[in-house]
Design a protein around this ligand. Structure first.
Ligand SMILES: N[C@@H](CCC(=O)N[C@@H](CS)C(=O)NCC(=O)O)C(=O)O
Length: 266
């Protein structure tokens, strides 16, 4: 039996949100999702009761904040939203009563595993195995910061060679660790599937968005980070990613998302 345990507001689709929906499937946690396409969120009230802005919402304007990361327009964030989410980002999760905000996609995913009572030890089985999973999540966030700067610069047409070099080096460092981990065991943190694998697959799916901007990279004579050489340099990491994408709990999110991106193939 499942019950709605968590509400998440986000732009859709969003691989950072998929971390939670995949773990929701594994752990039998039903998640209430609110949101719309990225360019529609400037017409939404950012609140626990997130919704398309009504005329009254617009007049009230109890809080309006200039967008900072990934949005060009003004966003309507209520003061309650900003109290629950001091960094003001999406995905933004809330406890069912709206009183507790949980932010950062890795932490939102952890909260889903905790609500689902850690089915199949997806978040480890003792203090050390759980902390080891956290270690993978933290090292993924280090890469994700560079990857976000890179993708936003492609979107906003502000890519520089420094940004590219920084993400390329972060990607190599991250995958070196992933490759090493997979040389010892079947999954990243252990011999069974954990949050570390979910995070890994979703961060790669997000990076696939660089494909939309291939022409801009061509202008600078730069390669896509996800290029055919990846298979040669990081064979186990890539096989692992491809196996995870086919997993029945991953496929409903990652399948359609990646199919759309792969249709861009020349
Ligand atoms: N590391 C964060 C990234 C979240 C994030 O930066 N979200 C951006 C969109 S890509 C956002 O909500 N920006 C709204 C703003 O800055 O006002 C996570 O994994 O949740």
């Amino acid at each position: 039996m499942t019950s709605k345990n968590l509400r998440i507001f986000s732009y859709l689709p969003n691989p950072r949100l998929f971390k939670s929906t995949i773990v929701g499937r594994i752990c039998g946690v039903e998640i209430e999702i609110r949101g719309a396409k990225p360019n529609e969120l400037s017409e939404w009230l950012w609140d626990f009761d997130a919704r398309p802005l009504s005329i009254e919402d617009r007049q009230e304007q109890n809080s309006t904040v200039l967008a900072s990361k990934g949005f060009d327009n003004e966003l309507f964030k209520t003061s309650e939203f900003l109290a629950a989410h001091p960094f003001g980002n999406v995905p933004a999760a809330f406890s069912p009563d709206g009183k507790t905000g949980v932010f950062e996609s890795n932490s939102i995913m952890r909260s889903v595993a905790r609500i689902g009572e850690n089915t199949n030890n997806v978040y480890g089985f003792d203090a050390f195995s759980s902390s080891r999973i956290d270690s993978f999540l933290d090292s993924s966030l280090v890469f994700a910061c560079d990857s976000q700067a890179y993708l936003l610069s492609l979107m906003q047409d502000t890519l520089t060679v420094d940004i590219y070099n920084s993400v390329a080096s972060a990607f190599t460092n991250w995958l070196n660790g992933i490759e090493k981990a997979l040389s010892n065991q079947k999954y990243l943190s252990s011999n069974y599937l954990t949050l570390a694998d979910v995070c890994f697959a979703c961060e790669i799916a997000l990076l696939y968005n660089e494909k939309y901007y291939q022409d801009k990279l061509d202008n600078y004579d730069l390669d896509l980070l996800i290029n055919p050489k990846i298979h040669e340099h990081f064979p186990q990491s890539w096989r692992h990613f491809e196996t995870l994408v086919e997993h029945p709990d991953f496929q409903p999110d990652l399948g359609p998302y990646l199919r759309k991106l792969k249709n861009l193939e020349k």
